[in-house]
Design a protein around this ligand. Structure first.
Ligand code: HEC
Ligand code: HEC
Ligand code: HEC
Ligand code: HEC
Ligand code: HEC
Length: 217
């Protein structure tokens, strides 16, 4: 009956549990207050960036794949914003005197990163993971809309808890083959996203969890 054999850290755990229980009500009030504040529902948030970098030009007209720049998106929780060296692959050769690119050249010379301003930002108590979605066939466009048409990126979806849960409870219409996740114009080949998604869900054993500890850890 190993259940009754307390390991050495059991005492410590009880202390921690006590601490948690005594502070839990404050924590929950804090969360509810935070959740109701406007900061968390900022659809349309579009900060002014230090360089007028255009997704519409690079990802849209030039057709660059998202992963050329956001190269950790399939492997890690966070989708890396590219270092200056990625821009300089081209901009050491093209548009080398553009005033719009001056901060990029300065950054390359000084080694200090361009100070991009974060557009999407969940509260710290919520955990999100890109690779868990992208490798299972949820496309960028589902959560970020048509970035390839955006001159400047803005937050297109609420990123609220109910938004997350709506899909976790019923992911079918939002599933595609993982090879198509960066394709902005992909459509279910049979014209029926629900049925096509149900097929993918069964084949790939997709089961998004809904217990609290999935996103609050
Ligand atoms: C040439 C490099 C490059 C390519 C290609 C690219 N991006 Fe970006 N992306 C950036 C840079 C730089 C930023 C930070 C500046 C900004 O927000 O515009 C960024 C920001 C973003 C953001 C906002 C991040 C935040 O701060 O919350 C999203 C979402 C995004 N990109 C999605 C995409 C998608 C989807 C694609 C493919 C359709 C793509 N990107 C292609 C360079 C790129
Ligand atoms: C299931 C929804 C979802 C999908 C699919 C998704 N993203 Fe995101 N993305 C988010 C959320 C939520 C955040 C904010 C994360 C945070 O603040 O912790 C985010 C943030 C970002 C950021 C800012 C850096 C970061 O990780 O916080 C970039 C860049 C980005 N996404 C690019 C992409 C690209 C490129 C794809 C497709 C390959 C993609 N995303 C697919 C929901 C998604
Ligand atoms: C694959 C090559 C390539 C990469 C990588 C690239 N660019 Fe560009 N970029 C171009 C080209 C080509 C143009 C000019 C397009 C045109 O005028 O039609 C351009 C134009 C621009 C312009 C407009 C310049 C002006 O004066 O109008 C800005 C700003 C810019 N890029 C920023 C960036 C940033 C920031 C990065 C890195 C996140 C980046 N680019 C990465 C090829 C690239
Ligand atoms: C459009 C659909 C969709 C949206 C929106 C979405 N998810 Fe998911 N989520 C999924 C799918 C599909 C999986 C993969 C399930 C699997 O592998 O069986 C997943 C998996 C996850 C996982 C990994 C779970 C694990 O342990 O394997 C986390 C964490 C997660 N989601 C958090 C979030 C958060 C936080 C949000 C909102 C900010 C969110 N998700 C929004 C569809 C979605
Ligand atoms: C799929 C991911 C996911 C799951 C599962 C989840 N949450 Fe959340 N939760 C979030 C996100 C994301 C936020 C932040 C929402 C925002 O910024 O508006 C959040 C916010 C909250 C808040 C702050 C108030 C609010 O509603 O915005 C509370 C309290 C909370 N969650 C409790 C829970 C409890 C209890 C459970 C289990 C029954 C749970 N969550 C399950 C993603 C999730």
């Amino acid at each position: 009956m190993s259940l009754f054999v307390f390991p050495r850290w059991a005492n410590k755990t009880r202390q921690l549990a006590g601490l948690f229980l005594s502070t839990a009500p404050i924590y929950v009030i804090g969360l509810v207050w935070y959740g109701a504040s406007p900061k968390t529902t900022d659809v349309g948030y579009q900060p002014k960036q230090p360089v007028p970098y255009s997704h519409q030009l690079h990802a849209g007209q030039m057709g660059m794949d998202c992963r050329y720049c956001h190269n950790t998106v399939e492997k890690a929780a966070h989708a890396a914003v590219p270092p200056t060296a990625t821009c300089m692959n081209c901009h050491s050769k093209v548009w080398t005197t553009s005033p719009k690119l001056a901060p990029v050249r300065d950054s390359y010379a000084s080694g200090l990163p361009v100070e991009w301003i974060k557009v999407h930002d969940l509260p710290d108590y919520a955990y999100f993971n890109h690779s868990a979605h992208v490798t299972r066939g949820v496309g960028c466009v589902t959560c970020h809309d048509r970035v390839d048409q955006m001159e400047e990126v803005y937050q297109a979806q609420p990123l609220s808890m109910s938004w997350c849960l709506d899909c976790h409870r019923h992911p079918e219409p939002n599933l595609r083959p993982p090879s198509e996740v960066t394709n902005m114009t992909w459509k279910a080949p049979n014209g029926d996203p629900e049925a096509y998604g149900a097929k993918l869900r069964a084949e790939n054993h997709i089961n998004p969890p809904t217990d609290c500890s999935t996103c609050h850890r």
